[in-house]
Design a protein around this ligand. Structure first.
Ligand SMILES: [Zn+2]
Ligand SMILES: [Zn+2]
Length: 164
């Protein structure tokens, strides 16, 4: 049975693949969304990236700060990667009126069976930039029941049946 935790009790641990860079996140995520944009998918090499966002002060790098390398694909976001294993550890929003940090769900700590701990608190509740999802993958997400924003959250919603 799922136990409800108070927001201030929530604490999540994560790291890059090799473990050189580690972080903790405290409190309830600000957002949880699967991004299909061309930048995230090209940088990650994945179908989409399930981002979990936190306030700046709530995502703290606890190990390997000097092992991170930043990359600005746009003026809006700086992406930090582990210099050793190249994993994207976290991203820093550069918008002065919308400061946050996000990280991929896949970076969070797993149990002995490889299952992400506290998955229900971290898993995506929506899709963003679904208009950029490639045709061959769009059908995978058709019946997942999650809202599919065409671009940023709050933009036009793409109905489940008519993704391109
Ligand atoms: Zn690493
Ligand atoms: Zn993206």
């Amino acid at each position: 049975m799922e136990t409800e935790k108070n927001s201030e009790q929530l604490k999540f641990e994560g790291s890059c693949y090799c473990g050189a860079c580690q972080f903790i996140c405290e409190g309830k995520p600000l957002f949880r969304t699967l991004c299909h944009c061309s930048i995230c998918t090209r940088i990650s090499g994945g179908v989409a990236v399930p981002f979990v966002g936190f306030a700046n002060e709530s995502l703290e790098v606890t190990k390997g700060l000097k092992n991170l390398k930043g990359f600005k694909a746009t003026e809006r976001m700086e992406r930090f990667h582990c210099k050793t294993c190249s994993s994207n550890v976290y991203n820093q929003s550069l918008l002065p009126d919308r400061l946050f940090r996000d990280t991929s769900l896949m970076n969070f700590k797993r149990d002995d069976q490889g299952r992400i701990i506290d998955l229900d608190q971290l898993k995506a509740g929506s899709h963003m930039f679904f208009s950029e999802c490639q045709q061959c993958f769009a059908d995978i997400f058709k019946t997942d029941g999650l809202v599919k924003f065409s671009t940023m959250p709050g933009s036009t919603v793409i109905s489940n049946g008519s993704s391109k």
